[in-house]
Design a protein around this ligand. Structure first.
Ligand code: NAP
Length: 250
């Protein structure tokens, strides 16, 4: 994979940071993309300290012009981006009757519009190369989750997007798959614990009791699944949704 370039969105921290580091370990040059370019620097340093190649790229995935410029910059500095991980995400949880239109729009913009814009920009390079991998972050919330009417709709949407990308891009050697995590300990889930008034340790302990493997997930669990979908050997796996949730009940 040493000649390949990946873009990981939302990679300044959490799952995205771990995915970026894992793909770099796999031999890819990695664009660490997030809203704040400076915030990506620590991940770039982690990768380069381990002997990998990475650059920090600041862009809002929901901004069409910024996405186009970011993808062109990656192509110029690292080579044609043929692996794309649509990981950037936000939550704006509330019960339906309290959810604002802004909360709905913000979540749709980052997850769905963001994944659409990034995929459309990157496919130009993938189809030209005749090889590509798109990996989208869905969630167990796609199956429904109280207080997340916006997020669950977006994460279910990511699954439809994935399957259609797989159908349209397959003939160009491009696969598209989704990873749907259960509970993963990151700043996102830490914020949820804070919102419901529970300490993060108690929150994780409560999750562990419900999960068959008896622990909360960690970003490396997701990075491992992404690494598989990004690999050369996974070329006959496309349009799939892999739940990574410590058990069969998503
Ligand atoms: P996180 O710690 O909150 O990290 C998300 C990253 O995305 C942040 O660095 C954030 O930047 C960035 N981001 C937000 N909006 C963006 C935008 N418009 N453009 C570019 N970057 C943007 O979240 P995480 O827990 O690692 O989650 C990563 C992905 O996995 C998300 O898609 C999430 O929905 C999904 N997921 C997570 C879990 C879980 O349990 N953690 C479970 C299922 C699915 P800022 O810091 O600047 O906001």
């Amino acid at each position: 994979m040493s000649h390949r370039t990946a873009i990981v969105t939302g990679a300044a921290r959490g799952i995205g940071a771990e995915v970026a580091a894992r793909l770099a370990d796999d031999g890819l040059a990695v664009a660490v993309l997030d809203l704040d370019e400076g915030a990506c620097q620590a991940v770039v340093e982690r990768i380069t300290a381990a002997g990998g190649k990475a650059i920090a790229v600041g862009a809002d995935v929901a901004d069409e012009a910024a996405v186009q410029a970011a993808v062109e910059r990656v192509a110029a500095e690292l080579g044609a981006p043929t692996v794309l991980v649509n990981n950037a995400g936000i939550i704006r949880d509330n019960l339906l009757f309290k959810m604002t239109t802004d909360d709905w729009d913000a979540v749709m913009d980052v997850h769905l519009r963001g994944a659409f814009l990034m995929s459309r920009a990157v496919q130009a390079y993938q189809t030209k190369e005749g090889w590509g991998r798109i990996i989208n972050l869905s969630s167990t919330s796609a199956l429904g989750n109280r207080g997340q009417v916006n997020y669950s709709a977006a994460k279910a949407g990511m699954q439809g997007l994935t399957k259609t990308l797989a159908i349209e891009l397959g003939k160009f050697g491009v696969t598209a798959n989704a990873v749907a995590p259960g509970f993963i300990a990151t700043e996102m889930t830490e914020a949820t614990a804070e919102r419901v008034g529970v300490s993060f340790d108690d929150f994780k302990a409560a999750v562990a009791k419900e999960v068959p493997v008896q622990r909360a997930g960690v970003p490396a669990d997701i990075a491992h699944a992404v690494s598989f979908f990004a690999s050369d050997g996974a070329g006959y796996v496309s349009g799939q949704v892999l739940y990574v949730a410590g058990g069969p009940k998503a």
